[in-house]
Design a protein around this ligand. Structure first.
Ligand SMILES: [Zn+2]
Ligand SMILES: [Zn+2]
Length: 165
C-alpha cells in the first residue's frame, strides 16, 4: 500500500486494511489495522492500531501453536530528503518512534509489518507445562511417555556402581 507523503501532509488521511506475511518460520496475519496520518509542524504523525495472529511450531514439542496480539503505536514520519533535518536527527537515530521516508513514498503495509514484527515473541511454547520431545527418540512427551523414560540415565550408572560397592 503506497501513499504519498506530500498529499498526506496537506490533509492527513485514514486507512484500514489487513494482510499477511511470514517472519522467520512464523505465519503472521494482520487481522486488521487502522492508520491515521496527522500533519504536524515537523512532518507527519502516524497513529496506528492493529490486531494480529501468528502460527509457529512450539519451541519444545514442535506442535503448531497459535498466538495473537493487539497493539497501538505512534510514529513520527520524516522525509529523508530534508538533509538538515536528517543531520539534526542523527543523534536520535535509535529512537524507535521515528520512521524515515524516502522520496515521497510511504509504504503503510511495511510500517505496520515492522511494528507487528517488533511485538512477536522470539519463541513460543504451546503451554507452560509442555513436556517437549524426548531427546533420545523424539517422541512427543505430551501425548504419552516413551520407552526411554524407564531406562536409567547413563550418566548416573557410574554413580550406581559406586553406591553398590
Ligand atoms: Zn509444546
Ligand atoms: Zn524417548
Amino acid at each position: 500500500m503506497k501513499l504519498s507523503f506530500e498529499e498526506l501532509l496537506e490533509e492527513g488521511g485514514h486507512f484500514e486494511g489487513d494482510f499477511a506475511f511470514t517472519e522467520d518460520d512464523m505465519k503472521v496475519t494482520v487481522e486488521s489495522f487502522s492508520a491515521d496520518f496527522i500533519p504536524t509542524d515537523s512532518g507527519l504523525f502516524l497513529d496506528i492500531s492493529f490486531s494480529y495472529s501468528y502460527e509457529t511450531p512450539c519451541a519444545r514439542c514442535l506442535e503448531l501453536t497459535k498466538g495473537f496480539g493487539r497493539q497501538t503505536a505512534g510514529i513520527q514520519l520524516m522525509q529523508q530528503s530534508l538533509e538538515d533535518v536528517k543531520e539534526e536527527a542523527e543523534l536520535t537515530d535509535d529512537d524507535m518512534g521515528v520512521c524515515w521516508i524516502e522520496e515521497d513514498e510511504i509504504d503503510l503495509h511495511e510500517i505496520v509489518r515492522q511494528e507487528v514484527a517488533f511485538h512477536l515473541p522470539l519463541r513460543l511454547v504451546c503451554g507452560d507445562d509442555c513436556k517437549g520431545l524426548c531427546p533420545k527418540c523424539g517422541e512427543n512427551l505430551n501425548t504419552g511417555s516413551c520407552k526411554c523414560k524407564e531406562e536409567t540415565d547413563p550418566r548416573w550408572s557410574g554413580l550406581d556402581k559406586l553406591k553398590n560397592n
